[in-house]
Design a protein around this ligand. Structure first.
Ligand SMILES: NC(=O)c1ccc[n+]([C@@H]2O[C@H](COP(=O)([O-])OP(=O)(O)OC[C@H]3O[C@@H](n4cnc5c(N)ncnc54)[C@H](OP(=O)(O)O)[C@@H]3O)[C@@H](O)[C@H]2O)c1
Length: 298
């Protein structure tokens, strides 16, 4: 395709920001924030997609406040469960490719080896339940779609664990961080670049039929750690940004840090399907962190 029209939803979020960078030059971008399209409003979604007449829809918008979702289940469901189905129907109507993102929190964390796409889902919280329902709504419509389940997303922009740690690191001598939840920190930059690579292959006509590529994939940085391990690596790599205020990181258990939403103990995802279908593997989480820290330090 010569100059595809690329509609990016959730453009102000951490992934949306990086998708705009990564897809620059890949086609004609139409980037929308919540002010242009409210995903809780079906009519607005339909109007915006029909007006944009896209070839590709990148949906980086979501209700991502995991703890708040426990007290706002209807709003979380409207954005995470209903809207993806509406987008899928609109994508089909337009003949567009829909790219959507889901979460490691569709799993309950009971397995200590990496989860594959065929493993049984069992979300422990409302956020995970609504994201799973969103996956199912898209799959029900079918057609040209990609769902990328990712995890522990952070990057140079937006609200995330890295930026919170850097702020706390300047303010405190000690920081207590949960050490019994394991996952793969994934940079928004890696996630966007991997998406660009996959979408590029599809638009270039690498596959003979949709059934060869459409579906659900795990897309995270390689390797794994705990939140505590992630925090320690942040201070190791970004210490120079804190003007000598590097704090001590103290491991605590989830029980010592109660939150409204339960989280899985082990939600590392296997990237084998992404690798075997598209030949795409994201960087190791420490290398990806280095890239983000370098950008923040520049
Ligand atoms: N963050 C993580 O750790 C994580 C982990 C696993 C999966 N994911 C998934 O990865 C994707 C990207 O996440 P992210 O970290 O980039 O999220 P994010 O930084 O929280 O950004 C979410 C975006 O969605 C927008 N949004 C929220 N409610 C909306 C509504 N009603 N209508 C339109 N837009 C709305 C936000 O707009 P405002 O800026 O106006 O609020 C923001 O632009 C999501 O599908 C998320 O579920 C994230």
């Amino acid at each position: 395709m010569d100059k595809p029209r690329i509609l990016i939803l959730g453009a102000t979020g951490q992934l949306g920001h990086e998708l705009q960078r990564s897809f620059a030059g890949a086609g004609e971008q139409i980037a929308c924030g919540r002010d242009t399209v409210d995903l809780a409003n079906t009519r607005q979604i339909q109007e915006v997609v029909r007006k944009a007449a896209p070839d590709v829809i990148l949906n980086a918008a979501a209700y991502t406040a995991v703890d708040r979702a426990e007290s706002e289940p209807e709003l979380a469901a409207a954005i995470n469960a209903v809207a993806p189905g509406v987008l899928a129907a609109e994508a089909q109507r337009a003949g567009a490719l829909l790219v959507h993102y889901s979460t490691d929190y569709v799993f309950d964390g009971s397995k200590t080896t990496p989860w594959s796409e065929t493993d049984t889902t069992h979300p422990l919280n409302i956020y995970g339940q609504t994201k799973l329902a969103g996956e199912q709504a898209i799959q029900q419509v079918g057609g040209k779609f990609l769902i990328f389940r990712t995890s522990w997303v952070y990057g140079p922009h937006g609200r995330n664990f890295l930026l919170t740690m850097l702020r706390l690191g300047r303010e405190r001598k000690q920081i207590k961080v949960v050490d019994d939840q394991y996952g793969a920190p994934t940079s928004s930059m890696e996630l966007a670049d991997a998406t660009r690579s996959v979408v590029g292959q599809i638009l270039a006509g690498r596959f003979e039929s949709t059934s060869q590529w459409a579906g659900l994939y795990h897309m995270t940085c390689s390797g794994s750690t705990s939140w505590c391990g992630f925090a320690r690596e942040i201070f190791l790599q970004a210490g120079q940004m804190l003007e000598g205020h590097t704090p001590e990181v103290l491991p605590i258990s989830s029980a010592e840090f109660p939150t409204p939403a339960r989280r899985p103990a082990h939600s590392v995802l296997s990237g084998e399907k992404l690798m075997s279908t598209f030949g795409v593997r994201l960087a190791g989480w420490q290398a990806a962190l280095r890239q983000v820290v370098t950008q923040l330090s520049a």
